[in-house]
Design a protein. Structure first.
Length: 394
């Protein structure tokens, strides 16, 4: 996810000659957009907690104003995971020139992940005035310390497997594509035909099952990097058709999210399945969005530069995002505590005015700004205080 960048690409001259956008220019902005979707997902989750704590269901008929952001908008944000894995595979193919370099990248990610996990684990222990050391190792393996950290454990395992994937893509690209497709089909079968959570033990699932869910996107990113010139030309030719297809894919993802909710009676507890990345419509939407973004000329606007910088800083943002959102949640919900002293917190059920609970989901923009701005401010302060040594932290 955080790999060195370079302005040289063997497909650059060919792409320019064909009038298409060099793919290496779009990867960092793509990761920046994916990071925005990650933050949006977590911000909506944090904002809707007060509503979910007082309601057993989240029906579009009873609460459409809450249903729209929580069920539908958040339901499409998991495309960010596919975007991230595709971009990570693309960059890994470029810069992991040997098994040693791949495992070095995995080691750097592991070091930063373990450091911040231990920091937050210690902070949580101080808050609860207890430390359960027996839960530390399973928590590190599963990525349970912070909500976004499970993704880092999956990416770590893919980095370990990257040399084998790169060798397969270089020597047998068709076989690599077939393997990616087969794994994706297996992931869909597992999601739709088997009950979640009862396949293997949680630690083994985190190490083996969870990473393979993202291996198709990771390997397709490598294939895109391997065939960058052809892909760039194809995306340039079919861009308009791909945009139209993406629009239909978005509608399809909304429809599947609604149908999954209806089948479960729109129970709040059923939202976990709706957010799963194995959904067919979500995967189709993710790859359609990837194609559109890869073929986009982001130019040199402020937005483009910001997305590029955000993409390059994505690991640091992901490490610090949830704690920034948690701080914002604490601040926001302390206001009602002072206005209505009877309520100890926002999660004290039925003690806050119902209008505040019903509108809680629309606080998501506040938490989004906190989740995006907080890590960037912390990283900038770290850079000024520690200089280049701050790279050891994120």
């Amino acid at each position: 996810m955080t790999l060195p960048t370079t302005a040289t690409d063997p497909a650059r001259a060919s792409n320019a000659a064909q009038g298409s956008v060099p793919l290496w220019k779009t990867i960092s902005p793509l990761r920046g957009i994916a990071m925005c979707l990650v933050i949006a997902n977590h911000a909506i989750q944090a904002a809707s907690a007060a509503y979910a704590s007082t309601h057993a269901t989240l029906s579009p008929y009873d609460a459409p104003a809450v249903f729209a952001p929580v069920w539908l908008v958040r339901g499409v944000t998991p495309v960010c995971l596919v975007l991230f894995m595709f971009a990570s595979g693309f960059m890994a193919f470029r810069f992991f020139t040997s098994a040693q370099s791949a495992w070095s990248g995995a080691g750097q990610l592991l070091r930063k992940y373990v450091f911040w996990s231990l920091v937050f684990y210690a902070v949580q222990g101080l808050q609860h005035r207890s430390h359960d050391l027996r839960a530390l190792l399973p928590g590190l393996v599963r990525g349970d310390v912070e909500p976004a950290y499970w993704f880092l454990t999956a990416l770590l395992m893919l980095y370990v497997a990257a040399p084998a994937c790169i060798a397969l893509v270089k020597t047998r690209p068709r076989l690599a594509f077939g393997l990616a497709l087969a794994l994706q089909l297996a992931s869909w079968l597992k999601f739709y035909l088997y009950e979640q959570g009862n396949v293997v033990l949680s630690m083994a699932e985190a190490l083996l099952v969870r990473p393979y869910r993202f291996l198709p996107a990771f390997m397709l990113g490598m294939l895109a990097s391997h065939e960058a010139a052809r892909l760039a030309s194809w995306l340039h030719t079919w861009r308009r058709s791909l945009i139209v297809f993406t629009g239909f894919a978005l509608l399809g993802s909304f429809a599947e999210a609604f149908l999954l909710g209806a089948r479960a009676g729109f129970k709040v507890g059923a939202m976990t399945a709706m957010y799963a990345t194995e959904r067919v419509s979500l995967i189709v939407l993710a790859f359609a969005c990837t194609g559109v973004l890869l073929g986009t000329d982001f130019g040199r606007s402020r937005v483009s530069r910001f997305l590029t910088d955000l993409g390059n800083a994505s690991l640091g943002v992901m490490l610090l995002m949830d704690v920034s959102i948690a701080a914002a949640v604490t601040c926001v919900w302390q206001v009602p505590r002072f206005v209505w002293p009877a309520a100890a917190s926002a999660y004290a059920q039925h003690q806050l005015p119902s209008v505040l609970i019903e509108g809680a989901a629309w606080l998501a923009p506040i938490f989004f700004v906190a989740g995006l701005g907080g890590p960037l401010v912390i990283m900038e302060l770290g850079r000024r205080l520690l200089g280049q040594r701050v790279r050891l932290l994120w």
